[in-house]
Design a protein around this ligand. Sequence first.
Ligand code: PLP
Length: 408
Amino acid sequence: MSTAQHPSAAGLAPATVVVSAGRPARAQGGHINPSVPLNSTYVSRGVVTPDELSYARGDNDAWHPFEEALAALEGGAAEAGAGGAAAPATAILFSSGMAAVAAAFSLVPDGGTLVLPRHAYQAGLVLARQISERHGVTLRYVDIADTDAVVAALDGADLLLVESPTNPMLEVADLPAVLGAARAAGVRSVVDNTFATPLGQRPLEHGADVVLHSVTKYLAGHSDVVLGALVTRDAALAATLREHRTLHGAIAGPFETWLALRGLRTLALRFERAQASAAELARRLAEHPEVAEVRHPSLPGDPGHERAKAQMNGFGAIIGVRPRPRPGAGDAEAAGTGPAAVERADAVVDAVRLWLPATSLGGVESMLERRRRWGTEAHTVPEDLLRLSVGIEDVEDLWRDLDAALRA
Ligand code: PLP
């Protein structure tokens, strides 16, 4: 994967930014890594201004190095954007990706309208339903890959949530088209960029108002912390989202934040390796006699392939796989539903030895799970769909394990 295609903030490539951003100022004998400051409060007197540290729920210097690095990665070239310099991006760290989702959803007023993908991270969909019931918010579900449907749903809406590629169906939205349409319609947009990472795509450059991350996944990268973040160039929006964080209190701990920055330092290497292995595994899976269907945007026949090629740098490292039903299975199994299809997919999960049977994604270790084991997963996701998160192990070891599990 070439990162040179996306020069970043100070003209540096993202692979450099992940290493160099968020370091302490250079001083003789000074630290090269940020410390872990442990403070619940700061020395402060007189009228409090938003720019000074006063209480560690409102702002916390433990967050600044990571926030600075993520803002530089998502903000990209300072001169990006039509008609001159774009405002610098601001990142706002949260205690989890879901805390970031909750803050983003708070932008929809009571009685308002939220346009959202029918396939998206399941807990986000559950939260949207709760907000709808409690606050009279209308939910308009769309196939996020169907640009006409998305544009039609924007009429009178307050917020558009985009995932691309979607979790777990790997549908690819036409980002410039849907984000441009949202902007033209006066509808705010939030893009969950967890699957692609800022190395794979930068939605702010396609017109998104806000980018969302489960930092838990690729950015931190080692399956050892839960964190989330929002990034925006809009100063007023940043102030609103920060206020939400302060008042709802879903703040990141200093140790977790430090771990996330440490993980971020190797994002370019990890993601490059994982993407390359995912493309190779997807190619082999597509030819495997025990596989009924593979979804990965790298595959030339995948519905998202052309779009991903145009707007992404690489194709991501998540694969969707449906095992072939046993001979003699009925129509339901062929369509990925029914007890036999579920049993067949569960058998693959039980048979792997190297891949970890676990939820989550984006860690150095490869994981897989049958997504519909979550009762809250969208019911249009096939019951036998396995979501594979490809890590950074040797690709031949990953293949041998997967191949054996499929044949078991
Ligand atoms: N967005 C996506 C695409 C996710 O996959 C997840 C979690 O799996 C989240 C958001 C929520 O993040 P977290 O688990 O850090 O709260």
